[in-house]
Design a protein around this ligand. Structure first.
Ligand code: SF4
Length: 279
């Protein structure tokens, strides 16, 4: 039996970012149009936009790349961007469109409010992920925690601490870290910000019963990688970005296969895999 594990399809933030780009393409905006970093973490989507003439700027070198640009439209990615980079681009007279997911923006705003109240911030996230990097750019008073070792090394004397996190972490790993933070800083204000789109997909895996789970996603997609980690803990699991990847595997020994996908995986890629497997 082959099952599409619910939910599937783009999350709200990805849908919104794609709509922003599609609408921009229809408008008479200043050209060329640049995607600053990966709009969403899915190469299939980005390559399709590049075929339409959009230019992707290097996520890790965006500030320098924008420095070289004197005309055009910049669309900033869904995971968020250092606000100083956005302001600098506006000050240069470039047409700036911010496709940051509103939920990610909410986290930025919450952190800014707590910083104004002189709180120290503990932010739990993944190293080198664009969402974490954007948050860390907000202030030097944000303590970045990626694992228990980072937490053990933390020495915050401020009694006022606000704790929040990257939206696409593993809910189980995050819970462990938050429990430890509560023990270490008993007065800390904990604000778990795992996104619903992430949580629902993870819970569907945790409560599943397949002999193989296929995770369809991009290797850059944090929420897809977390799904794969969870799936591996449950049962046999494989991570593929497309049907071509899947064809490398011999699946004849499996009779009950579940297919899940990241919040930025186009449904067409999942459907191709499903259609291939049910034949
Ligand atoms: S996973 Fe959640 S936070 Fe991330 S883009 Fe989608 S809706 Fe926004």
């Amino acid at each position: 039996m082959i099952t599409l594990i619910n939910p599937q399809g783009y999350c709200m933030g990805v849908k919104r970012a794609i709509k922003i780009v599609d609408e921009t393409l229809k408008k008479d905006v200043s050209k060329p149009i640049y995607l600053v970093g990966k709009l969403i973490h899915n190469d299939y989507v980005i390559k399709n936009y590049e075929k339409l003439g959009l230019i992707t700027l290097d996520e890790n070198n965006k500030e320098k790349e924008i420095d070289q640009i004197n005309t055009g439209t910049l669309i900033f990615q869904a995971h968020g961007t250092n606000p100083k980079i956005i302001e600098k681009a506006k000050a240069k007279g470039l047409n700036v469109i911010d496709a940051t997911c509103p939920y990610v923006k909410l986290i930025h705003n919450n952190i800014i409010q707590y910083l104004k109240k002189n709180y120290d911030i503990i932010y739990i996230g993944k190293n080198k992920h664009s969402e974490s990097e954007a948050v860390l750019s907000l202030s030097d008073r944000i303590h970045f925690v990626t694992n228990i070792n980072d937490l053990n090394e933390l020495k915050i004397t401020n009694q006022n601490i606000y704790v929040t996190n990257q939206t696409t972490l593993s809910s189980l790993d995050l819970k462990d870290l938050l429990d430890l933070i509560k023990e270490k800083y008993i007065n800390a204000t904990i604000d778990n910000k795992i996104c619903l789109a992430t949580l629902e997909r993870q819970e569907a895996i945790i409560n599943s019963n397949y002999d193989l789970i296929i995770v369809v996603g991009d290797s850059l997609s944090s929420n897809s990688k977390r799904l794969y980690e969870l799936a591996k803990e449950k049962t046999d699991a494989i991570f593929v970005s497309s049907l071509n990847d899947l064809k490398k595997y011999n699946l004849t020994t499996y009779s009950n296969i579940g297919i899940t996908s990241g919040a930025s995986t186009p449904h067409i890629l999942v459907k191709e895999i499903y259609d291939y497997l049910i034949k």
